[in-house]
Design a protein around this ligand. Structure first.
Ligand code: DC
Length: 236
């Protein structure tokens, strides 16, 4: 069967990655979470003190990128059946999902030199096709030629609730659970929507030829079934 490129874009926490991962598993494609790549760069910047109170130290981050100090990769985790994100050979999958990173990732993802680096790596990952990639600009900037493009959305409240439930499920202690605040998560979701859609380089927008999926009222199974059908139509 012919291999294609599947681009899944949309707002944060709308369940894109869940459906993208599920599809990749079912059809034996490689799955790439590009948000994880922006998160890993953000973590690198945080760890190296590039986030002073006033904002990001762009010059130092750019110097680190130019010097090839930031290497991001994915390795399949047989325990979870999913790829984990590695920053310079360290597994950072859990750390990049923390609120501290979520709160800082949008301004990092707006920097043109960060986007240039990651877009180039993403294009290289798709050279052999057979890939499901999720993000914000996959159907518009990374793979405008993708055979199947989906733009996923859901209301901000529904998305904040999903993120809250996910973080609650992952919290290991009562203190971690007590620290979770729905309003703070909703604010983060809304702020990221705004920054992601208004940045100058590759803003979040729907590709003209993308299929739109509002999954506010769909179960995971329903959206996975919908996506599988669209894939079958494309490979015909
Ligand atoms: O999908 P996510 O929430 O893990 O994405 C993290 C951030 O990275 C989000 O604020 C938007 C940004 N991002 C982006 O600008 N372009 C992408 N292709 C993927 C993510």
């Amino acid at each position: 069967m012919k291999k294609i490129i599947i681009a899944i874009d949309g707002h944060s926490s709308c369940g894109k990655s869940t459906m993208a991962k599920q599809l990749a598993k079912e059809i034996g494609y490689v799955y790439v979470d590009t948000g994880a790549m922006y998160r890993a760069v953000t973590l690198y910047a945080m760890r190296n003190g590039f986030f002073p109170d006033a904002g990001i130290n762009e010059a130092e981050l750019k110097a680190a990128i130019d010097a090839g100090k930031i290497h991001i990769s994915f390795k399949f985790n047989p325990e979870t059946g999913r790829p984990d994100t590695y920053l310079n050979e360290e597994n950072v999958e859990e750390e990049i999902r923390q609120m501290a990173v979520s709160n800082r990732v949008s301004p990092i993802a707006a920097l043109p030199f960060v986007r240039a680096l990651l877009t180039e790596q993403q294009k290289a990952m798709g050279e052999e096709k057979g890939i499901v990639m999720d993000g914000r600009d996959i159907g518009t900037a990374v793979f405008p030629q993708a055979e199947l493009k989906v733009f996923v959305t859901a209301s901000a409240r529904v998305r904040a609730q999903r993120r809250y439930d996910e973080l609650m499920g992952k919290a290991k202690t009562q203190a971690e659970r007590d620290a979770l605040n729905f309003d703070e998560i909703l604010k983060n979701v809304e702020e990221r929507d705004y920054i992601d859609s208004h940045r100058e380089v590759a803003p979040l927008r729907q590709a003209e030829d993308a299929l739109v999926l509002d999954n506010s009222n769909l179960t995971r199974e329903e959206q996975s079934a919908w996506l599988l059908e669209r894939y079958k139509e494309r490979v015909g």
